[in-house]
Every structure is written in C-alpha cells, then in structure tokens.
Design a protein around this ligand. Structure first.
Ligand SMILES: Nc1nc2c(c(=O)[nH]1)N[C@H]1C(S)=C(S)[C@@H](COP(=O)(O)OP(=O)(O)OC[C@H]3O[C@@H](n4cnc5c(=O)[nH]c(N)nc54)[C@H](O)[C@@H]3O)O[C@H]1N2
Ligand SMILES: Nc1nc2c(c(=O)[nH]1)N[C@H]1C(S)=C(S)[C@@H](COP(=O)(O)OP(=O)(O)OC[C@H]3O[C@@H](n4cnc5c(=O)[nH]c(N)nc54)[C@H](O)[C@@H]3O)O[C@H]1N2
Ligand code: SF4
Ligand SMILES: [Mo]
Length: 729
C-alpha cells in the first residue's frame, strides 16, 4: 500500500492534534502491531507530532521488516472519526442505543457497585469475561482478583481449539500460534481450506511465497478457487464438509501402497495395526462418492505427498471449527502427517526454540480461593477434552447465562471482542444479554455489542498505549518485543491497563496493583529478566540465543535437530489408536460422518478472510475501508445465469432459519463450486455508530444460526448453514 501522506490522514482525523513545538521533527518509535494477533514488530514514523506511517521492524523474525496490508493501514484506526470518545452509560432500554456521556470515575464506580452486588448475591464466579488479544491481560488479572475464572476467548472454541486438542491427542503437543509449520522448507504443501494469501498471517504468507519460489508442489483442497489455489499444481474442489473422507482415502492409499514412512511409524507409532485395519474400507472410489474428487486424483496426490516426505506439510489450518467433528478431522490431519514422518522433521513441523526467560511481575497477593469450577459445562463430564490452558467455552458461558446452570452468570465484561460477530447464533447472544444485570463493553468503536451494553468503555488504540510484552520464539529465534505509545489518544480514551487497575481500586482490590504506571510494570519485568530497557524501547526488540527446532534422532547430528520430542502422555508415542478417546466413548481411530444434505435450491454458506481486513474489526478504519468498503457474495457463473444475475447486482441471502441478510453485491465467478456461495467475514455492520461500515455488505455471522458442537472439546462448527438467494428489492 502506498504510504498515505500526513495531510490526507489529517483530513480524516476526528480532532486535529495541536502542533506542539516540542513535537517538531521526525521521530521513529518502535512497537508491535495489533491489527491481528500475529504480533509483528513495527516502527512508526511521527512527523511534527502526527503519525504518518508504520513499517516492519527489520530485526523481527515475525515480520522480517514487512507488514501485511492490514498492518500498514493500521494507523487509520487512530484517525477513525467513528471512534468512541468518552465512557457511555445506557439511558434507554437495553439495545435501544441511547446514552449519556459520563466521566471515567462515574463509569467505573457504577461497574464496581454492580459487580459487588453480583458478588454478594450470587458469588464472584457469576461474573464472566470475554477477551481477545494481549490487551485483555489486566482485565483478566482484575477478574481473577475479584474471584472469577470464567474467562473465555472466541479465538479458541470458535477458531483453533479443535486443532490443538486433535494434535495433543495424536502427537502429544499443540500446533500453537504462531503455527510451527515449516512451510519455507516444505517440498509439498497441502492446504485443506487454509487460504494463505487471503489469510494474511504475515510470516506464513512470506514462507508460502518462498516455498512457491523454490518450486514446492502445492495441493489445495477448497470448494472455492482461493488465492492459494491459484498457486497450486493440484486443485481439489471438494464438496463442503467432506474433507475427512478425503484424508481417510489419502491414508488408505499410503497404507495400501506401502508409501508411508515405515521406520518412523514403527519407532514412534502406537496402535498402528488397529489403525491400518480401519483404513481398509476408505478406498479412493468410496471417497469419490463423498467428496466429488476423482479416485485417480486422490491416488496421484497421495503419491506426491509420499514422494517428498518427510518434507511434506499437510497444513493443520487454523480456523477449523467447521462441522462439529473438527477434533477428529484435525486428528486425521495429524495422522496423515505422521504417516509421512513429517512431525518433528524439516519441511514438516518443527518446535519453536525456547523463549527467553522474562519473569512475571512479582505480585505478592494471591488470587482468592473460590469456585474454580467454570460455568461453561453444566455437567462435569461434558466435552471431556476441553481441558487446555485456554479452554473456557464462550458458548458455554452464554448457555449458563440463559439457563442458570450449573450456576447463574449475571455479568459480562467484554474486551476486544464483538460477541455479535464471532459467536454462532446471535439471537441466543442477545437473549443472554437480556438476562444480565451488567454488560460492560470495552472497545474502540461503537460496535453492535456495545449497542447492548450498560456501560461502554472507550479504549485508546494500540498506537496510543503500552501493552504487555510479547515474549516468544519464531523458528530458531527467541525475542522480546515491546508495544509503546506512538501518539496521544485524541479524546478521553484510556488504555486497558489503566482501566483494569482503576476498576480493581474501585472494587477494593487495589492491593493487586502495587505498580502505578505501565512503564513501571514493564521496567520491573524487563529488568528482572536482565534485559536492557533502553535498548528495548529504542530498538523495539531484543533477540535471544538461537536454539534447535527439529527432532533429535539417532544418526542425525544436525545442530538444528536436537529437540527431545515428547509424544502422547499415555504411550510416549504417536497415537494411531487413541485409548484416551476410547475410554471417553469416542472413536479411537477417526471415522467419517457425512454432512447434512443440501436442501434443493440452497447453497452451502462459506466464509473466509480478505487480505485487507481483520474479522469484523477493521471495517471502520478509514484506510482499510477505502481499500475494501463492502464484501461480495461469490456465485458460480452458471448459477448466476440461471438467476439472471450479473456482477454488481445486489441480492439478499436467506438462511435455513429464515434469517435474511443485508443486500450484498454479487461477484459472478467460475472460481467456486455451483453448490456454494462465499463471502468475506466481518461486513454487514448493523451498528449505526459505525458510520462508514453501516449497511455495507452482508454479515456471515447473522446467517450462522446453526452450529454443531464438537462433543470432544466443545468447539462450534459453523460451516453447516445453507442459504437461498433473494433477488429483487
Ligand atoms: N461467523 C463467523 N464467526 C467467526 C469467524 C468467522 O469467520 N465467521 N471467525 C472466528 C475466528 S477464527 C476468530 S479468531 C474469532 C474472532 O473474534 P473476535 O476477535 O472477537 O473478533 P471481532 O468479532 O471482530 O471483535 C473484535 C472487536 O474488538 C474491537 N477492538 C479492536 N481493537 C481494539 C482495541 O485496541 N481495544 C479494544 N478494547 N477493542 C478493540 C473491535 O472494534 C471489535 O469490536 O471469531 C470467530 N467467529
Ligand atoms: N487478512 C486476514 N488474515 C487473517 C485473519 C483475518 O481476519 N484477516 N484472521 C486470522 C485468524 S484468527 C484465522 S483463525 C485465520 C483463518 O484462516 P484459515 O484457517 O486459513 O481459513 P478458514 O477460515 O478455516 O477457511 C476459509 C477457507 O476455507 C474454505 N472452505 C470452506 N468450507 C470448506 C470445506 O468444507 N472444506 C475445505 N477444504 N475448505 C473449505 C473457504 O472457501 C475459504 O477459502 O486467518 C488469520 N489471518
Ligand atoms: S500479520 Fe499483519 S495485521 Fe497481523 S500483526 Fe502482522 S502486520 Fe499486523
Ligand atoms: Mo481465528
């Protein structure tokens, strides 16, 4: 994207900053990006006190000195005229969108009073927090100090949760974010739905480009001819919801043709015989009937994978909550990689090097003992494998709010998440909100969810605040990165750490915050790690000692391959057969479940990302808005002809439950199956305060009223909705 001039941005500014003589000149300030959660380190340029551009930090292994288009356009958030400017309290009925401006003191006093009432009547666990992103850290701290552990994130059970559990059950470890996929060194890359290039997670896209440049063989499985598909040697336009059948057939071919890595499987595998016996029936001919992919294509692609193994990466995806059997599908992907011997090996999956040791802030006060049983599962035995570190189920907390079981939830605080665009069935979310005694929404813009709040707290953007350190390792390189304020917040917005701290003080929990400023907090952490504060704040990043990333194996003295691999806890092996699943009544070897049949005249509703937007959170950013103001609905050309539609006509979509979308522009294309429509997630905003984005395009979220819950870990499969087209006005 071309750098936007300061004057262009200034015309978009809600309040022109005073040019203070002290601010004259050009300053470069390092930080890390927050337009998504990839945490690319960046350097912002400020001219005469005005933020003019942001670029990648050359020393950062995550950005490699380059930001994605969203990161570059991220500075628009600072200039957004639609921003929240002051704390707001509801004066009308819930959801009527009638407000009075209040001071921070009034807002936080009100919240604290309500929270203390809830605690008195129902116990502290009746307050829940929904939070996405690093900025939620201090809200979490305050809520735990108050006595509740009901803290959920839609980036888990609506995103990658089933993938993590599927891999833990199979190879004994999570994929994690950043993904540990060795795309750069892979000779064959298989993408099952992962739409890299539209999904813009920076380093993955850079590595994907690198792999293509190196002549890697790309196989893409997607009902839609994605950007990644356009780079593929084999494109498999699969019938939606049938990927498990394809993966099983691939494994059938590898086993039957004895193309799998026998040595690897014999050495590291558990239960292979039972697995092998179950693969017998999944012939490519059987899979053809399910998936629509020709048997010879299935055989050919399986052989291709075997040919370059172990440098064959079957990408595990990230947003995998599709059909409700997502843990098992992810497990099948882990098994396919295991047959190829790619887990732990170069060109397959590596392990990030160890992070640098940066001690937590030395708080002396412990969180209170309380009801640590979370409210997201009415029965203890529900979703037996939802037991990761970040396991709380957002829809479970919503159900508890609706039913009062296992105990009532009476208050929600939300931070950096719009529950009306990320949870399935927004009707249930609204019903749950109606039952609450308190809804606090902390956001930067007046989102749909903010419209239902009792109190709205306006946060300063990531360009105007400090945040928690980013302590991580990408491939062999450990790093610590800092986020620091580039410019002042234009109005009465405050940073999350200030809000979390002040709220704790109002709740009588001030002892949990012995520090006064974020700089003091950060300096304590940085100094206790023995790192140079001056260097970190001026360079933005401190790099650690590089470490090995591949599995240690006999006969391989490559210094990169010295990681002691731990496999599954129960067997110390890769579980081709899972006793853990069997014990809980699940299939020990993945099986295929056919998707619900498509009703006549309907289409599968598919959705995904566009390179210039993140979720439902960037549509009001003036720079990103300009690049893509609305989404389109992709329609196969033959189908469009039948409906008499051409590109740029508008239609509405109606789902199986009678929900009708806003009108949305048609994109006529041969790049999608005839039984599917596709749209980019995050558009069709219905909040009137989002002036630029209001009514532009359609929302997939409102059409996702149906979902299938994964019985293993509680993820919500949302790719199970059907729509019809409503033409005419
Ligand atoms: N229908 C449907 N649902 C989905 C998905 C989908 O594709 N389709 N994707 C799923 C996936 S993969 C994920 S990870 C989740 C994502 O879900 P979320 O992360 O919850 O994403 P959004 O719903 O866009 O909510 C982000 C909110 O944070 C606000 N925000 C932005 N910056 C800041 C800030 O600095 N401070 C504060 N306080 N707020 C800020 C935005 O204005 C917005 O209201 O959604 C999941 N749900
Ligand atoms: N620009 C941008 N990049 C992002 C994000 C963003 O908001 N904006 N969000 C980030 C986050 S949190 C996540 S989780 C990822 C999500 O990105 P990914 O994990 O890559 O993708 P998904 O959302 O799972 O899948 C979308 C793709 O799956 C295809 N698809 C739909 N149904 C099926 C099916 O049944 N089978 C197959 N094989 N394919 C199917 C769709 O056509 C589409 O191409 O993106 C990340 N990167
Ligand atoms: S991938 Fe893009 S939006 Fe995400 S952190 Fe990096 S530059 Fe920012
Ligand atoms: Mo996600």
């Amino acid at each position: 994207m071309a750098a936007t001039s300061a004057s262009t941005l200034l015309t978009q500014c809600s309040k022109k900053p005073d040019i203070d003589p002290a601010k004259k000149g050009t300053k470069l300030i390092p930080t890390y990006c927050d337009v998504c959660f990839w945490k690319c380190a960046a350097v912002a340029t400020v001219v005469d006190g005005v933020l003019t551009k942001i670029e990648g930090n050359d020393n950062d292994p995550i950005s490699n000195g380059r930001l994605c288009p969203r990161g570059t356009g991220g500075i628009g958030a600072h200039f957004d005229k639609d921003r929240l400017t002051h704390p707001l309290m509801r004066v009308g009925g819930k959801g009527e969108d009638k407000w009075k401006k209040v001071t921070w003191d009034e807002a936080l006093t009100f919240i604290a009073k309500k929270m203390n009432q809830i605690k008195e009547v129902h116990g502290p666990e009746s307050m829940a927090l929904f939070s996405h992103g690093v900025g939620g850290s201090f809200f979490k701290h305050t809520l735990k100090a108050y006595g509740s552990h009901n803290i959920a994130a839609p980036s888990y059970a609506q995103c990658r949760g089933p993938r993590e559990i599927g891999f833990v059950l199979t190879v004994g470890d999570e994929i994690g974010a950043h993904e540990r996929t060795d795309i750069k060194n892979a000779k064959t890359v298989v993408l099952i739905g992962s739409h890299l290039g539209e999904n813009m997670h920076n380093t993955q896209v850079q590595e994907f480009a690198h792999a293509i440049g190196n002549g890697a063989h790309i196989i893409v499985v997607d009902p839609r001819y994605s950007v990644a598909a356009s780079k593929a040697k084999d494109y498999l336009p699969i019938k939606p919801g049938t990927d498990m059948a394809l993966i099983l057939a691939w494994m059938h071919v590898l086993v039957k043709e004895e193309l799998y890595d026998k040595e690897y499987v014999a050495k590291y595998g558990f239960g292979f015989e039972a697995f092998e016996a179950e693969m017998e029936e999944y012939t490519p001919e059987w899979a053809f009937i399910q998936t629509g992919i020709e048997p010879d294509v299935i055989r050919k692609t399986a052989r291709q994978m075997a040919m370059t193994a172990p440098a064959t990466l079957v990408h595990p995806g990230r947003h995998v909550t599709w059909n409700g059997d997502d843990t098992q599908r992810s497990r099948a992907i882990a098994l396919l990689n295991s047959l190829l011997g790619s887990w732990g090996r170069k060109g397959g999956f590596y392990t990030h090097a160890d992070k640098m040791s940066v001690p937590k802030y030395p708080y002396s006060k412990k969180y209170p003992e309380g009801n640590y049983r979370k409210a997201d599962r009415p029965n203890e035995n529900d979703f037996p494998f939802a037991n990761g570190a970040h396991d709380t189920l957002s829809t479970g907390l919503r159900d508890a709010t609706l039913t009062g079981k296992p105990y009532p939830i009476k208050g929600w605080i939300t931070y950096g998440t719009n529950l009306l665009s990320c949870l399935p069935d927004t009707r249930m979310t609204i019903e749950a909100i109606k039952k609450l005694d308190l809804l606090v929404v902390c956001d930067i813009v007046p989102s749909e969810l903010a419209g239902w709040a009792d109190v709205v707290l306006p946060e300063s953007t990531y360009l105007e605040r400090h945040d928690e350190l980013s302590v991580g390792a990408f491939r062999e390189q450990p790093y610590v990165t800092i986020r620091q304020p580039i410019v002042d917040a234009p109005d009465d917005q405050k940073p999350n750490w200030w809000i979390g701290r002040e709220l704790a003080i109002k709740l009588g929990l001030g002892d949990y915050y012995p520090w006064k400023t974020m700089e003091e907090y950060l300096q304590t952490r940085v100094k206790s790690a023995g790192l140079d504060w001056e260097k970190l704040t001026t360079e933005g990043i401190i790099l650690g000692e590089k470490g090995p990333i591949y599995m240690k194996e006999e006969g391989n003295d490559d210094p990169e391959a010295q990681v002691e691999m731990l496999f599954c806890e129960d067997t110390d092996k890769i579980n081709f057969y899972s006793n853990a699943l069997k014990e809980k009544g699940f299939d020990p070897v993945p099986k295929y479940t056919a998707p619900d049949p498509l009703p006549a005249g309907s289409f599968h509703l598919l959705f995904g990302r566009a390179p210039v937007h993140t979720f439902a959170k960037t549509q009001t950013n003036p720079l990103l808005h300009e690049m893509m103001p609305e989404n389109e609905v992709w329609l196969n050309a033959a189908v469009a002809r039948r409906y008499g539609l051409t590109s740029n006509d508008y239609v509405k979509l109606k789902n199986q439950d009678g929900i009708v979308s806003f009108k949305v522009k048609v994109k006529v294309t041969n790049r999608i199956r005839k039984d599917c429509v596709f749209m980019v997630h995050g558009f069709g905003h219905s909040a009137r305060g989002l002036k630029k984005a209001f009514g532009k395009g359609a929302s997939d979220a409102t059409l996702v009223t149906k979902y299938k819950t994964d019985p293993i870990m509680g993820g919500t499969g949302m790719n199970v909705n059907f729509v019809t087209l409503e033409t005419g006005e």
